[in-house]
Design a protein around this ligand. Structure first.
Ligand code: NAP
Length: 242
């Protein structure tokens, strides 16, 4: 069975990615942190489309937990291959730097940047051995342009972009591609309390994007057809920044 692991698959962009990758024929490992009800909704949506999946909860920022849960899954499922990894789990804790405390800085860095490391470490080996793999990292416009009030989040996402480019060069010879997707404003829980009308007016397309529009790009980068694209960062932002 070919598997795709999607971190933060319970809600928002991650859920849309889970559904899209299931349509592409993958058995989906739906990771999340604590919202089991939402993760079960993702699983139901996958099944409704004739796909298969399972829940795999762990905190991507907790190296020991990732080792135990994901490492344990890999150990116990040697006949199954995680071909696609989508490092999508992320949080934001916005504050101007002047008021930002260490926890706000550390939490955001830990989940996005250390999360990328913790999770990728567990699946990379077998991709290298099988000489095939697709790693897609969910970054952000914030990590490219920098956004005020998000020094923590911009730093975390910019860090993942650097890691994407470095790892891409390390593993290219082994048939593993590593790319990043940088969404602008996408309608999810993460952006629910933003002033959508005001912010959408700054977007040339005059609207927020949908999780499904991001998932389409993930599915392409995860496909065999995208085999010569690596180390790339794809903007999906309605023209907000090019
Ligand atoms: P969301 O709706 O807030 O969903 C966040 C997801 O991440 C949930 O599934 C959540 O699980 C999971 N998660 C959070 N912390 C976790 C942890 N420590 N371990 C494992 N899972 C964790 O977010 P979203 O808008 O879909 O964003 C998805 C990704 O896209 C993030 O990396 C975000 O930074 C990025 N992004 C989003 C936007 C946007 O406009 N929405 C723009 C640019 C980039 P639970 O359900 O268990 O809490």
């Amino acid at each position: 069975m070919k598997c795709a692991l999607v971190t933060g698959g319970s809600r928002g962009i991650g859920r849309a990615v889970c559904i899209k990758m299931a349509e592409a024929g993958y058995h989906i490992l739906i990771n999340y942190k604590g919202n089991e009800a939402a993760a079960l909704e993702t699983l139901e949506a996958i099944k409704a489309k004739g796909g298969t999946g399972e829940l795999l909860p762990f905190n991507v920022g907790d190296a020991a937990e990732v080792q135990q849960v994901l490492g344990g899954w890999v150990e116990n499922n040697k006949d199954q291959q995680i071909e696609v990894l989508v490092n999508n789990a992320g949080i934001r804790e916005d504050s101007l730097m002047f008021w930002m405390n260490e926890a706000q800085w550390g939490n955001v860095l830990n989940i996005s940047l250390n999360g990328f490391f913790n999770v990728t470490k567990q699946v990379l080996n077998s991709m290298l051995l099988k000489r095939y793999g697709r790693i897609i990292n969910m970054v952000s416009l914030s990590g490219i342009k920098g956004l005020p009030g998000q020094t923590n989040y911009s730093a975390a996402k910019a860090g993942v972009i650097g890691a994407t480019k470095a790892l891409a060069q390390e593993v290219a010879k082994r048939g593993v591609t590593v790319n990043a997707i940088a969404p602008g404003f996408i309608k999810t829980d993460m952006t629910a309390e933003l002033n959508e009308k005001e912010l959408a007016a700054q977007v040339p397309m005059n609207r927020f994007g949908t999780p499904e529009e991001v998932a389409e790009a993930v599915a392409f980068l995860a496909s065999r057809a995208a085999g010569y694209i690596t180390g790339e960062v794809l903007n999906i932002n309605g023209g907000l920044h090019t």
